[in-house]
Ligand binder design. Structure first.
Ligand code: GLU
Length: 485
């Protein structure tokens, strides 16, 4: 079978981290089976229309490296479609939906409904009071053809509803197994709205069919809609695709992941300096684990291992600590040149060579790239501190002064070359300590604090290397002066 998957977000202006997982699973599944992956824009809810949202969506898919085979893309800032099944934006497919809605009406499987909002609200209230299921009562089914036509000709607002028959509707979910629901529990779903746009339900079925989609992988919030879709597939004579509904993504307190508890927009994660590859690895494991306790996987490995039967049924907790750890792992492993390139946007005002050295020193301590901006002051501003902190806990002020003066002499005597190599500078300082029978703590503590101005910081060797000879000596001098005065 030629596998075709799709990711059809509504353009809301940002990509939810849960949608990223959906997109990724669809991507992995298609790749694993040598199939096609489609991006479609579901913009039939005009009340939620957001200017520029499609462009932003395309950019985010691109930034995440989720290349699709068909769908809208950007060329010179303009939306252009690739693929033979377009248009891929639902608002440009209205005629198609109308045709299929008409087919259902002609078959007697759908009908016009002229009921006003007020009547429907009243009906729902009455049903609620009577503890009955809230469903449309099919009042408009009683209208005869002339009555209907007269109201349409008069321009009365109307919708088209699916006539849901009684009897069981069954489908198999690749993740949850067989699901059966009786038609009597399903409302006569609106298919076409008063504004002439289709609802999600009609549009999604028509498009998935016309675009040749074979596997529908999406969040579990859609599982209750499938019976309506199954009916539409049957009534329209379309073959049924496979379905797989992914478990919810939860906050640590097991509530549904929401904006209130922190970031959910992929764009915000990227802005903070999470690496796309780390984000993908992290979301891939929300509900799926290729093997045992291992956490780090390449996209290729995920692709080879991805299988719907191995996706969990129960909710997956979004643990931001784990994401931070994982991102840190990816930062550590990034090639030096690539890391420098990606980090530059978070430190735009720093001279290139200095930034490179800072990055080498700090990279193992970064959870996200943007943290670099908090570390820059240590290297670019003269440290301001209380002279007390220069004194090691097992020594006193006099000792600190003596040790700093000693090491100052050593540093002055080293040529600039030595400062360009972390190993050489470390070797030189250690040799001085050894040759003079000194203790590491007595020398290295005041030296490190003199260079960083902080009680905790990278090692004195890393700081000497990053700051260079001139700046290092200025800082050591300053430390001696502040202890002496
Ligand atoms: N437009 C829907 C959404 O935004 C797509 C649901 C589906 O995948 O069928 O989630």
């Amino acid at each position: 079978m030629n596998v075709v998957t799709r990711f059809p977000p509504s353009p809301t202006g940002y990509l939810h981290i849960g949608s990223l997982r959906t997109a990724l699973y669809n991507y992995l599944f298609a790749k694993r089976h040598g199939g096609r992956f489609i991006l479609r824009v579901e913009d039939t809810d005009r009340t939620r229309y957001v200017e520029g949202a499609v462009e932003s969506l395309i950019r985010t898919m691109d930034a995440m490296g989720l290349a699709y085979d068909e769908g809208p893309t950007l060329v010179d800032g303009k939306i252009v479609e690739i693929g033979d099944h377009g248009p891929y934006v639902q608002s440009e497919r209205l005629d198609l939906y109308k045709t299929y809605a008409q087919q259902l009406i002609d078959q007697g499987d759908a009908y016009h409904c002229f009921c006003t909002k007020e009547r429907l609200t009243q009906l729902r209230d009455q049903q609620r009071l009577a503890k009955l299921p809230t469903k449309y009562d099919r009042a408009c089914l009683a209208l005869n053809d002339e009555e209907k036509q007269a109201r349409i000709d008069a321009g009365d607002d109307h919708v088209v509803r699916l006539k849901v028959p009684e009897g069981p509707i069954t489908f198999t979910d690749e993740i949850r197994g067989a699901v059966t629901i009786d038609g009597s529990e399903v409302d006569d779903q609106v298919l076409m709205k008063t504004d002439g746009f289709p609802t999600y339900h009609l549009a999604v079925v028509v498009d998935d069919h016309l675009m040749g989609v074979t596997h529908i992988i999406r969040g579990e919030e859609w599982v209750s809609s499938v019976p309506k879709h199954v009916l539409l597939y049957q009534k329209l004579g379309f073959p049924l695709p496979s379905f797989g509904h992914l478990p919810l993504i939860l906050n640590p307190d097991k509530s549904k992941l929401s904006k209130r508890q922190g970031d959910v927009a992929v764009e915000d994660f990227l802005k903070k300096g999470y690496l796309p590859e780390a984000l993908l690895n992290f979301v891939a494991l929300l509900g799926f684990n290729p093997s045992g306790d291992r956490e780090i996987y390449t996209m290729q490995e995920l692709q080879e291992a991805f299988d719907l039967s191995r996706v969990n049924k129960s909710g997956a907790v979004f643990d931001v600590e784990k994401l931070n750890w994982m991102n840190g792992q990816y930062i550590k492993c990034l090639d030096e040149e690539e890391l420098n390139k990606r980090i530059a946007e978070f430190a735009p005002d720093i001279e290139g060579d200095l930034l490179k050295r800072i990055v080498q020193v700090e990279k193992d301590r970064l959870a996200v790239l943007s943290e670099i901006s908090d570390r820059l002051d240590m290297y670019t501003q003269s440290p301001a501190y209380d002279a007390e902190i220069l004194v090691w806990k097992k020594a006193d002020k006099e000792d600190a002064i003596a040790q700093l003066k000693g090491v100052q002499g050593v540093l002055e005597g080293l040529n600039e070359e030595v400062f360009t190599s972390l190993e050489l500078i470390e070797g030189a300082v250690k040799k001085y300590i050894e040759d003079n029978d000194l203790k590491n703590g007595n020398v290295l503590w005041p030296l490190r604090v003199a260079l960083s101005g902080e009680p905790r910081s990278p090692s004195p060797f890393e700081l000497l290397w990053a700051l260079g000879k001139k700046e290092s000596l200025t800082r050591v001098n300053h430390a001696i002066e502040s202890l002496v005065s």
